[in-house]
Ligand binder design. Structure first.
Ligand code: PMP
Length: 385
């Protein structure tokens, strides 16, 4: 009899489960809108040209594969904090940012969770509802208590700003902002910063998509903050596992101490982080010419997603005869869109239309092409009514 008799089968991951079900489907028209990975108009994976150039440079220079220090590649940590805050930002100039290379966004979040668990025992993390499902797993495994704050309002398919403020005002100690397709306005961010200051919360940003201006706004207010960064989506480095945790402190001295403890937490977990992605980022972000090329490529990617968003909206408006206003689709930003489809309707999308997506009604526009918008609109309108 197995010594592992007591080990029960773990539940499948909702997003990876969607990709597996997609692979198993044999329909020609099938669409995978679950995972947030950028695809070309032909729905193929995409390696950025700047990444290929950086890799060529690395080969030409004969870069080696020796171990990195625990905190990662120094050149990477430098450019990554400068990218986030701007090289002239007082937080950089005064050396108030503790930056440690992490195993992409996830690993960086996990390190921060370990820091919270060790130095703020009992503190509670507030996460948006809904959020990326792994946030809850990360804090659970780090033994950090969490609860949700209102964010998405299914009635308006928009932001529940009043509910959000009320929940942040509650007696909890931390706050985690997760940029989704639905973002607060700059004025709303100011109000959020007011409450965070008043309540003495520590803001925690998960920067998995574009660099949000709100991070700099909070830093300019003199707040201490945590920022987990990922290069999975914006540089297409998904499986290189490259990202960072940045802790903005009120003094250089505090930042040095925090950094030393982040390293101490990282070492027993994985010794030191991988070098390949770190070198790519250091080469791209640290070189003015490649950096500009990267920005141009990001604009192409973002532009493709925007065009797809517009086409989907046009198709929905043309096909839906019920008079429903679909303009919320245009108001959302980034890689994803909340359609407002409920669980049963999302199930219908998959079983009847072979559109694979998470059951919260979210679709990844990065996995959609202009050519498939009409088909998707038919599926959504049919599933709604
Ligand atoms: N945060 C959010 C909100 C995400 O959606 C993701 C990936 N889907 C991540 C973090 C982490 O991604 P990675 O570990 O690949 O950087």
């Amino acid at each position: 009899v197995s010594r592992f008799e007591g080990v029960t089968m773990a539940p499948p991951d909702p997003i990876i489960g969607v990709s597996e079900a997609f692979k198993a489907d044999t329909q020609e028209n099938k669409l995978n809108l679950g995972v947030g990975a950028y695809r070309t108009e032909e729905l193929q994976p995409y390696v950025l040209n700047v990444v290929k150039k950086a890799e060529n440079l690395m080969v030409e220079r004969g870069e080696n594969k020796e171990y990195l220090p625990i905190e990662g590649l120094a050149a990477f940590n430098k450019v990554t904090a400068e990218l986030l805050f701007g090289a002239d930002n007082p937080v950089i100039k005064q050396q108030r940012v503790a930056t440690v290379q992490g195993l992409s966004g996830t690993g960086s979040l996990r390190l921060a969770a370990a820091l919270i668990e060790r130095y703020f025992p009992g503190a509670k993390v507030l996460i948006s509802s809904p959020t990326w499902g792994n946030h809850k797993n990360i804090f659970n495994d780090a033994r950090v208590p969490w609860s949700e704050y209102r964010y998405y309002d299914p009635k308006t398919v928009g932001l529940d700003f009043e509910g959000m403020l009320a929940d942040i005002k509650g007696l909890l100690c931390y706050f985690m902002a997760n940029p989704t397709g639905i973002d607060p306005t700059p004025e709303q961010w100011e109000k959020i910063a007011d409450i965070i200051r008043e309540k003495n919360h520590i803001p925690f940003f998960d920067v998995a998509y574009q660099m949000p201006a709100s991070v700099r706004l909070f830093a300019a207010r003199g707040l201490e903050l945590l920022v987990a960064q990922s290069y999975s989506k914006n540089l297409g480095l998904y499986s290189e596992r490259i990202g960072a945790i940045n802790v903005v402190c009120s003094s250089a001295d505090a930042a040095a101490r925090v950094k030393s403890q982040l390293k101490r937490l990282a070492q027993p977990m994985y010794s030191n982080p991988p070098i390949h992605g770190a070198m790519i980022v250091a080469n791209v972000v640290g070189d003015p010419a490649l950096f500009n090329e990267w920005k141009a490529e990001m604009e192409i990617m973002a532009g493709r997603i925007k065009n797809t968003r517009q086409k989907l909206y046009d198709s929905l408006s043309a096909k839906d005869k019920s008079g429903k206003d679909w303009s919320f689709i245009l108001e959302q930003i980034g890689m994803f869109s909340f359609t407002g489809l409920n669980k049963d309707q999302s199930d219908n999308m998959t079983t009847k239309w072979h559109v694979f997506m998470t059951k919260d009604g979210r679709i990844s526009l990065a996995g959609l092409s202009l050519a498939k918008c009409e088909y998707l609109a038919d599926a959504i309108v049919n599933s709604f009514h």
